[in-house]
Design a protein around this ligand. Structure first.
Ligand code: FAD
Ligand code: NAD
Length: 463
């Protein structure tokens, strides 16, 4: 006995792994009449990641950027089973998925294996640590909602510990030094949000501590934000300088200790820098389930960055698996924009696949009426063959809508393709544009209302 699955033997079973950008976009666009659809994810919600850095400093409440997957599933034409569980194994040969409920409410984690006809593999990626000592133990990540909440707690603990009457000068300086590792968009946005929190709220709440507060962003490459145009990189560096955020480029973090980081600048010896908080935003790596799945298809899956797919997003070596988003290695950047366009594309493809399957079944049924092929049957068979031939599955094509990032101090940067040209803009007006874009891209009216409410709350009452 297992969960109630929406089982109709006349329809194929579609299993979707994940409830992030790729999976949710697929679910929103999918015609569920065509499939027995089962969504499996350890999180029973969709997380709007572009606004996650705002949750880390309390500008937004966590619930404002979450959308329950069951809410989306409930509004589909036909029932969709949502199972809160972690997929632990995919068998691409026997076409099965094994998943487990890791709730601490049970003494033994129940495990179940189900068959799929098609699998949409959208489990995303995890934070890359490169095996650098102390990162997992001592740094905060910013990938999940729990990471943002943990970072907020740690940050406030640093401030309150610094405010304790017996804390020495040296200890105050250490506790109030925040280090962000990674000069990609995540690191830049977190540094910007931390700066706003320090300047707009903590400065007035803890005026005596303000002189001790310091923010440093460390990046191994010679530049931050390599995906943005040169002028926007320069604009960000200038804005950070004005905001007194130190940027250390060409500097590698070699270790993270409980109270310091070990830095290695390109042409200088290693140095230990004391700090109270380290935020680790050094990019993505594949999840272990993805590595295991790829290892089962060693001839086709050779790219270490993630799953290789064909033009229709089918996993090489396993054509019943569609892989989308951050778990794949394609020529596209691992962004929400790409994952959501892939999800929407796949919904269209799956509709056509379902239509083709129905026609093929009808053609097979006609062909099996041996010896009775009268004129009428031949005509119908010919018509079906033509209809099947007309179903074209076009390959996925990405349409880049531009790049946006918040850089703190009510300023944002945007690289936008307008009439075939890249248009770069930065400043307060771009920040208002940034807000309007994200407000309109939130998945529900409920989220839009909550985020607007949070922004007004911060404007009038602070964080
Ligand atoms: P995710 O959205 O990460 O979803 C993966 C899903 O799989 C999750 O629901 C997870 O719970 C589930 N899962 C994990 N393990 C399993 C398992 N074993 N079994 C089943 N399910 C599993 N991109 C932009 O384009 N613009 C931005 O402004 C932007 N800002 C960002 C800000 C931050 C802080 C971060 C971290 C990322 C940002 N990104 C942005 C990148 C964007 O979030 C990712 O590219 C996008 O989430 C990828 O979508 P996905 O569906 O592949 O993975
Ligand atoms: P990233 O891979 O873009 O950047 C990580 C940075 O960390 C790299 O520049 C790397 O050189 C640096 N780094 C790695 N190890 C280091 C070390 N030991 N010491 C110092 N620096 C180190 O990662 P991200 O910023 O998390 O972004 C991931 C993806 O999500 C990207 O595709 C990005 O475009 C997307 N994203 C987009 C937005 C946006 O559009 N606003 C926001 C966040 C994330």
């Amino acid at each position: 006995p297992g969960p109630q699955l929406p089982f109709d033997p006349s329809k194929k079973t579609l299993v979707v792994l994940g409830s992030g950008w790729g999976a949710t976009s697929l679910l929103k666009h999918l015609d569920t009449e065509n499939y027995n659809t089962i969504v499996i994810s350890p999180k029973n919600f969709f997380l709007f990641t572009p606004l996650l850095p705002s949750v880390a400093v309390g500008t937004l409440a966590a619930r404002s950027i979450l959308q329950p997957t069951r809410f989306i599933a409930r509004h589909k034409a036909r029932e969709v089973a949502v199972i809160e569980a972690e997929a632990t194994d995919v068998d691409p040969i026997n076409k099965t998925v094994t998943f487990t409920d890791s709730s601490p409410l049970r003494p033994v984690e129940p495990t179940r294996t189900i068959n799929y006809d098609y699998l949409v593999y959208a489990v995303g990626a995890e934070t890359q640590t490169f095996g650098i000592p102390g990162v997992k133990e001592n740094a905060c990540f910013l990938k999940e909602i729990a990471d943002a909440e943990q970072m907020q707690r740690r940050f406030l603990d640093c401030v309150e510990t610094a405010a304790f009457p017996t804390t020495s000068e040296e200890e105050k300086r250490r506790l109030l030094h925040m280090v962000v590792v990674g000069g990609g968009p995540t690191g830049i946005e977190v540094a910007g949000e931390l700066h706003d929190f320090l300047e707009e709220d903590l400065k007035s709440w803890y005026p005596e501590l303000h002189p001790y507060m310091r923010l440093t962003l460390v990046e191994a490459l010679p530049n931050v934000l390599p995906m943005f145009s040169k002028e926007l990189i320069a604009y960000t560096v200038k804005t950070f300088k004005e905001s007194k955020i130190d940027i250390m480029t060409g500097t590698m973090v070699k270790a993270v200790n409980p109270a310091s980081v070990i830095l290695k600048p390109k042409d200088a010896p290693e140095q230990q820098v004391d700090c109270g908080l380290v935020v680790w935003a050094a990019g993505n790596t594949s999840r272990s389930i993805t590595k295991n799945l790829m290892a089962k298809l060693p001839h086709d899956q050779t790219n270490k960055r993630g799953i290789s797919v064909d033009g229709h997003l089918r996993m090489l070596g396993a054509p019943s698996i569609f892989a989308i988003g951050d778990c794949t290695s394609t020529s596209y950047a691992p962004t929400a924009q790409v994952a959501s366009q892939q999800g929407a594309y796949l919904a269209r493809i799956l509709k056509l696949v379902a239509k083709r399957n129905v026609l093929e079944d009808q053609a097979k049924a006609l062909a099996s009426t041996d010896g009775q092929l009268d004129d009428e049957t031949t005509k119908r068979s010919e018509k079906l063959r033509k209809q099947i031939g007309k179903i074209r599955l076009n390959p996925f094509q990405y349409s880049h809508q531009g790049s946006l990032a918040y850089i703190g101090s009510d300023k944002a940067i945007a690289d936008l393709p307008i009439f075939g040209r890249e248009w770069a803009s930065g400043g307060v007006a771009t920040y208002l544009f940034w807000r309007s874009v994200y407000l309109s891209s939130l998945f529900s009216l409920r989220n839009r209302a909550l985020v607007t409410g949070d922004w007004l709350r911060v404007k009038f009452f602070g964080r």
